[in-house]
Structure formats: structure tokens, C-alpha cells
Design a protein around this ligand. Structure first.
Ligand SMILES: [Zn+2]
Length: 91
């Protein structure tokens, strides 16, 4: 699982060893981290500083908004929404 929240001087992104992050492949893990970084941008610099919309439980239809956020990442950050054929592994 990957989640985030506001910290005193920034934002926290928490990755746990259970849930979809741990069982996902490198593509889905990358999408999840970028999704959460979008929330962190809004938390640190103000709403609207990233294209990722608030999708916490206070938002009506938040599951649908979350899925739209994830689709935005897939469509805008990857060629034709597909994972790279030769991913670059960073140290
Ligand atoms: Zn989200």
C-alpha cells in the first residue's frame, strides 16, 4: 500500500510491505509513487500545483477520482499509456 499525508514541513508518503504496492510490478509501483507525489505537491505547495486531485474519503466518489488520477499518470507519464519496454533501473 502507498498512502500519503501532510507532515509538519512537507508531506509524507508511506509505503507498506503489504497491499498492492508490494505485490505490484515495477510499472504499477512507479504509477503509485507518481500518484502520491502529485498529492504531496498539492499538500506542500497548495491545491492545483499538480494535476492530481484530492481523492481522500471526504470527496464524493473518491474511488472514481482516484482512478482518474491514476489514469492521468498512466496517460501523461508513459508513451501511449504503456509501460516502457526497456525500463531504466535506478540505483
Ligand atoms: Zn490519490
Amino acid at each position: 500500500m502507498v498512502s500519503g499525508g501532510i507532515a509538519q514541513n512537507g508531506a509524507d508518503i508511506i509505503i507498506t510491505t503489504n497491499g498492492s504496492f508490494a505485490t505490484g510490478n515495477i510499472f504499477s509501483q512507479t504509477v503509485m509513487i507518481l500518484h502520491e507525489l502529485g498529492h504531496a505537491m498539492n499538500d506542500i505547495f497548495g491545491a492545483g500545483t499538480s494535476g492530481i486531485l484530492n481523492d481522500d474519503s471526504s470527496v464524493p466518489n473518491n474511488t472514481q477520482v482516484s482512478m482518474q488520477n491514476t489514469s492521468l499518470i498512466v496517460n501523461e507519464c508513459f508513451f501511449n499509456g504503456a509501460p516502457p519496454t526497456n525500463p531504466i533501473l535506478l540505483p
